[in-house]
Design a protein around this ligand. Structure first.
Ligand SMILES: C[S@@+](CC[C@H](N)C(=O)[O-])C[C@H]1O[C@@H](n2cnc3c(N)ncnc32)[C@H](O)[C@@H]1O
Length: 204
């Protein structure tokens, strides 16, 4: 993650956050209970909004993003620990978390298949896996425009892809999708899902 992207991220996001995203995040985070893992926490927009969680572990690969999340960490209402790590290789044992959450991250993660496998692995069976993401739109004209814009957008926005089919990715895994909401004509998607993986065997 480039320094300048980390520097400008909050400035770029502020109008969206104030108008709509804060409320969407608040709704999603109200479902984040127990021991929570946040993937790619960035500058920490979610940190002050956690209320129901017992504790939060946030992973983020970019040291610049971690540094810039510190002021929001101070405004957190629940204990939050930030670790430098990537979604594709989560440094936690199986079944460590009650809730795993990702917001505006699946557009940027290089290996989304590996990331979702890791999220499912570290989340308990029947745990919540929550998303707020921007995705490729269903509208054929706008979807094609997103495909066309992605190479340039990716360079400007540090690897962010406009054309990710994140819902399709989730549907191909052991997740029970419980709620989907679309925003801005399907550009943004809100998803509440439950981890439906096979339970870990208990050795007696
Ligand atoms: C667009 S920002 C979103 C930040 C934050 N989640 C939010 O809701 O504002 C994308 C974040 O994903 C992080 N990221 C990139 N690759 C990642 C990976 N492989 N694993 C986890 N996070 C990653 C970036 O460093 C960046 O902080």
């Amino acid at each position: 993650m480039g320094r300048s992207f980390a520097k400008w991220y909050d400035v770029f996001m502020s109008p969206l956050e104030k108008n709509k995203f804060k409320e969407i995040r608040r709704q999603l985070l109200s479902k984040a209970t127990g021991c929570v893992l946040e993937i790619g926490s960035g500058t920490g927009f979610n940190f002050p909004l956690y209320e129901a969680a017992k504790r939060v572990v946030a992973i983020e690969p970019s040291p610049d993003m971690i540094e810039r999340s510190k002021p929001k960490l101070e405004r957190a209402q629940v204990p939050i620990e930030v670790l430098q790590a990537s979604a594709e290789k989560l440094p936690f044992p199986d079944d460590s978390f009650d809730t795993v959450i990702a917001t505006l991250v699946f557009c940027t993660i290089p290996d989304t298949e590996k990331a979702i496998q890791e999220m499912i692995r570290v989340c308990k069976h029947d745990g919540e896996i929550l998303f707020f993401e921007h995705v490729k739109m269903d509208n054929p004209f706008l979807g094609t425009l997103q495909e066309w814009l992605t190479p340039a957008w990716k360079k400007i926005c540090d690897g962010c892809c406009l054309n990710r089919d994140t819902l399709g990715l989730l549907q191909s895994h052991s997740l029970t999708i419980e709620k989907i909401e679309n925003y801005y004509n399907g550009l943004f998607i809100y998803i509440e899902s439950r981890n439906n993986k096979v339970k870990s065997s208990v050795v007696l």
